[in-house]
Design a protein around this ligand. Structure first.
Ligand code: DAH
Length: 337
């Protein structure tokens, strides 16, 4: 019996040592209820009283040896499996990757941000106003009373008799003067709406940027210097600025402002239609009536204002010949910027 046990131990340990040993099958074969060791132990009843403890001790040693080996091999197999998995899943981080396509800033946004940067650099704040506006701010506070002919030039979308989609960013001037005390130095970019049919140069929705400065002793010279600085930063250091007399109800005097053509330098080309100059904005000294209506004393303070179309500047700057390109979001167009 002793020999059977020792032989069994040797066999079991040899079987367990095989690299791909099925540990569970071996456990059942030797230590299971119907296993070989159990069978031997069952036969112990036939042994004499002296033999029984001796064989019993050997049997226990054999069981312990097999159990220890099972545990050790299970651990080894687990470690080997993990190592194999890590080796199989190894990543080569030096392999060149696929670069994801990156979006583009829309040219209108690009230009608006450039404009904002220039004015922020001159000490202006950015102020926003509502797109759904009162008639009062869009017109009346800007010196355009209900029957004024200037209303006809801005084909307005009315919501009710006194609420409309703002046709210009100028109402933000009035709102700002009502709320702030001078010195005021703000720009206000945003969407404006006019009941125009869409064509190469018109859109019912477009963008303007308004500017307003109010303080003691603000003059037309300050307006000119500010716009000259803007034009040079926006279109190039060589750019010159020209004021032509004009009329806006909310400024007096008023001017339309041209910049020297940045495509031909003023010689005359297709962009400036042979003129050498390109109109970019309207401007003037804030009308005393406007100051007064917004609670600012025109005897103490004066101011200038200007307003320009963001689409217009964008189209000029990038030589875009149809405003619709700016709204259609054709990636072939946008990816050029
Ligand atoms: N709001 C005018 C427009 O839409 C542009 C403008 C002209 C704004 C003169 C001004 C200004 O602030 O002073 O045509």
């Amino acid at each position: 019996m002793k020999e059977t046990l020792l032989k069994m131990k040797e066999e079991a340990l040899a079987a367990l040592a095989a690299p791909d040993a099925d540990l569970e099958a071996l456990r059942i074969r030797y230590l299971g209820k119907k296993g070989e060791l159990t069978a031997v132990l069952r036969g112990m009843g036939k042994l004499s009283a002296e033999e029984r403890p001796v064989i019993g001790q050997i049997a226990n040693e054999v069981r312990e040896a097999i159990e220890n080996e099972l545990t050790a091999r299970a651990q080894q197999q687990k470690t080997a499996a993990l190592a194999a998995r890590l080796a199989a899943e190894k990543l080569d981080v030096t392999v060149p990757g696929t670069v994801p396509e990156i979006g583009h800033i829309h040219p209108l946004d690009r230009v608006q941000r450039d404009m904002e940067e220039i004015f922020i650099g001159m000490g202006f704040d950015i102020v926003e106003g509502p797109e759904v506006e009162y008639d009062y701010y869009n017109f009346q506070a800007l010196n355009i009373p209900p029957d004024h002919p200037a209303r006809d030039t801005q084909d307005t979308f009315y919501i009710t008799d006194n609420i409309l989609l703002r046709s210009q960013t100028s109402p933000v001037q009035a709102r700002t003067m009502e709320k702030r005390k001078p010195p005021i130095r703000i720009i206000s970019p945003g969407r404006v709406y006019r009941s125009d049919a869409m064509d190469a140069t018109h859109s019912p929705l477009f963008h303007q940027m308004e500017g307003l400065v109010v303080d003691k002793n603000v003059t037309m010279g300050d307006l000119k210097g500010t716009l000259e600085m803007f034009a040079k930063k926006m279109f190039g250091e060589e750019t010159k600025v020209r004021f032509r007399p004009h009329h806006f109800p909310f400024t007096e005097p008023s001017a339309e402002v041209d910049v020297s053509c940045f495509a031909c330098g003023g010689k005359g080309c297709r962009l400036c239609k042979g003129e050498g100059w390109i109109e970019i904005l309207g401007a003037g000294m804030v009308h005393p009536n406007v100051l007064r209506m917004c609670g600012i004393d025109p005897d103490e303070y004066s101011g200038f204002a200007f307003g320009m179309g963001v689409e217009r500047v964008t189209m000029l700057k990038y030589h875009i010949d149809d405003i619709r390109h700016l709204y259609e979001n054709d990636v072939r167009f946008l990816s050029q910027f």
